[in-house]
Ligand binder design. Sequence first.
Ligand SMILES: Cc1cc2nc3c(=O)[nH]c(=O)nc-3n(C[C@H](O)[C@H](O)[C@H](O)COP(=O)(O)OP(=O)(O)OC[C@H]3O[C@@H](n4cnc5c(N)ncnc54)[C@H](O)[C@@H]3O)c2cc1C
Ligand code: SF4
Length: 333
Amino acid sequence: MRPITYSRATDTATAVAAVSADPTSDFLAGGTTEIDLLRQNVLHPRRLVDINQLPLTGVELLPDGGVRIGALARMSEVAATPVVRERYPLISQALELGASAQLRHMASMGGNLLQRVRCSYFRDAESPCNKREPGAGCSAIDGFSRGHAVLGTSEHCIATHPSDVAVALMALDATVHTLGPSGERSYAFDDFFLLPGDSPHREHPMAHGELITAIEVPAAPVARNSLYLKVRDRESYEFALVSVAAALSVVDGTIADVRVALGGVATKPWRAWRVEDFLIGARTVRSNFEQAARVELIEARPTPMNAFKAELAQRTIVRALDTLTGDPGRSAS
Ligand SMILES: Cc1cc2nc3c(=O)[nH]c(=O)nc-3n(C[C@H](O)[C@H](O)[C@H](O)COP(=O)(O)OP(=O)(O)OC[C@H]3O[C@@H](n4cnc5c(N)ncnc54)[C@H](O)[C@@H]3O)c2cc1C
Ligand code: SF4
């Protein structure tokens, strides 16, 4: 048995000071990742600083039409917020398709972004894993890799980023606000998630003790026509094999604005820039959607076990765009 000190922070500065001062300490929000991994002997904090009493809750409508989501807002609360449902359906859908109702009531938005990979070798606490123990090797590359990534991988790690809502937030150019030992910082969403490269144990740019305080989503009229499509082995309580967050606005049959991000296929929430570049100004015909999806997956590097994901991702992109143009069953044109 390992003793763990528990304390409850009542203000953000004290929470940051407490965790920054002790490299063996972690923040504790809903605990649905932290406590799981502690029990599985993957994480070994000696001190937990409970942040649940900090005033980082709620969803606030901003004057410019965007929203500010508190880091401690629960997944279920954000999904049910009327302004989120109305202006950002892809966020609500991504949240509601994640985990289970009980977990969504516990799990915080900040914790969701920082949840750890579902790679079974990472979680068994014994297999060689570069993410858990830098330099140990990657058991998945020549092992069981059906659920692993095909984009953004490296020779050191191929684990997918597991969050659903991070995919929707990536499509919307969200910003992560933090408070750290050296003050407040803001990170563009795409910069917040690091590719594994040769240091897969580093998943984000934050310093130890840096606290996520809020996630800001800018106004995005295109998001009113948006969706989150999640393909998985069973219809609930399961992580994505492939997911697509997409938003589309069309003027006179031509695409005026489009956002697409992918989950389940990449080592970070993946902005599908190539799809977007291909489709801006294009006609909303199936052949354009198919070509855009092909271009995005050109650099897929699958293992023999997960080669199906490149094809599945393309089909899911096309289905999402078909659905947003109001014709999920359209034939090629
Ligand atoms: C069975 C199961 C199924 C799941 N299915 C899905 C799914 O389908 N889709 C999906 O997206 N997710 C899924 N999840 C993951 C779940 O959404 C996350 O575990 C949850 O969002 C984490 O939030 P939390 O508040 O519980 O974080 P915690 O477990 O408290 O913390 C997670 C990590 O973040 C750190 N942390 C927490 N808050 C902050 C903060 N404000 N600033 C800095 N660091 C912080 C903690 O120190 C810890 O390292 C599933 C989880 C389980 C257990
Ligand atoms: S894929 Fe990443 S998390 Fe999984 S064993 Fe390899 S290094 Fe570890």
